[in-house]
Design a protein around this ligand. Structure first.
Ligand SMILES: [Zn+2]
Length: 336
């Protein structure tokens, strides 16, 4: 009996010590956990804030790149009431081909009114931001707009690859001869019915035929206005630049004033504003013709471009790669 009681008491003592130790451990653990929870909590808060700034910056960059803005022609409007800017080229959006091609006009318009168009429309009003569109080709100057104040400790950066028609060029005529220089192709180089006639009144510019190696002409018409003539430099260019076809010549004229006066290619772009001006005279607009003669030898085939560059573009900057949108890095920065 005694032994039994003693054992019971011993068991009781053991139990309460266990309980006390357990309680101490629990208290310590709870204390430590609370501390840990506090620090985790504040880290989560920091993280989610940073994350939301990240998200804001990413959605702002995507909004600028993927949309032409509202309304689509916002860059042409005098005032920006109700405007949400976007930089995407409208034609490219509609064709669905290249959503990431940006319009130079929209970029320039955003640059001139950056803070007004960005704050409260693309990003929250209390954030600073800046945007740089940097062509991959180092010979072209980057466009930079906006500013982040130096006091901002943290900056979120969003980088995207985009295309931009940086040189604002336009192709008036493209003669794609190389496409037809394989034996598989049965087609002749396409063109229009040229107004040049021989003395009997029959067409004198017979089309070049690469398949049968017959020399001949490729003729395209194009429209030029006085405004275009005053605001652009027109260059006639070939691809490759060096034309190995010694018989190749070109003529630019119009049907009212046609000429047989042909010129050779000169292994560099040829500025043709004077030739075009001589054709259209004082008229506000004129339809002109570009006639290109080639030997029909597929090994010497070359492509021909007639393209407008911004006024004052020197011949060394008149490059074929500028006729297509150029790859650029879009760098958007936003303060946190
Ligand atoms: Zn012709």
């Amino acid at each position: 009996m005694v032994n039994y009681k003693l054992m019971e008491e011993k068991r009781g003592v053991v139990f309460s010590t266990d309980l006390m130790i357990a309680l101490i451990i629990i208290t310590v653990v709870l204390g430590v956990s609370a501390d840990a929870m506090d620090s985790v909590g504040s880290k989560i808060q920091d993280y989610s804030y940073a994350n939301s700034v990240d998200r804001m910056a990413i959605s702002a960059a995507d909004m600028l790149i993927k949309n032409p803005g509202t309304p689509e022609n916002w860059e042409e409007l005098g005032n920006f009431n109700g405007v949400t800017p976007g930089l995407s080229h409208v034609n490219h959006v509609n064709s669905g081909l290249s959503q990431k091609t940006l319009s130079l006009q929209k970029i320039n318009s955003l640059k001139e009114n950056y803070d007004e168009l960005m704050r409260g429309r693309v990003i929250p009003p209390y954030h600073d931001s800046s945007l740089t569109i940097c062509p991959v080709d180092p010979s072209m100057e980057p466009i930079t707009m906006g500013e982040i104040s130096t006091s901002s400790s943290d900056v979120v950066v969003v980088n995207r690859r985009v295309l931009c028609n940086f040189y604002n060029t336009s192709i008036l005529v493209f003669i794609d001869a190389m496409k037809y220089n394989s034996n598989k192709s049965k087609q002749k180089v396409g063109g229009f019915i040229c107004p040049h006639k021989d003395i009997t009144g029959n067409p004198s510019h017979i089309a070049v035929d690469y398949k049968n190696k017959k020399s001949g002409w490729t003729c395209y018409h194009f429209r030029v206005t006085q405004d275009m003539l005053n605001s652009k430099d027109f260059y006639l260019m070939t691809d490759p630049v060096h034309v190995t076809d010694n018989s190749a010549v070109w003529i630019i004229d119009c049907s009212e004033n046609s000429t047989e006066d042909s010129h050779p290619f000169s292994n560099q772009p040829i500025r043709v504003n004077d030739v075009i001006r001589a054709c259209i005279g004082n008229k506000t607009t004129g339809i002109l013709w570009l006639h290109v003669f080639s030997s029909g030898n597929s090994e010497k085939a070359f492509n021909t471009y007639l393209a407008g560059y911004p006024k004052g573009t020197p011949v060394e900057k008149a490059k074929i790669q500028y006729l297509n949108p150029q790859p650029c890095i879009f760098i958007f920065k936003m303060s946190t």
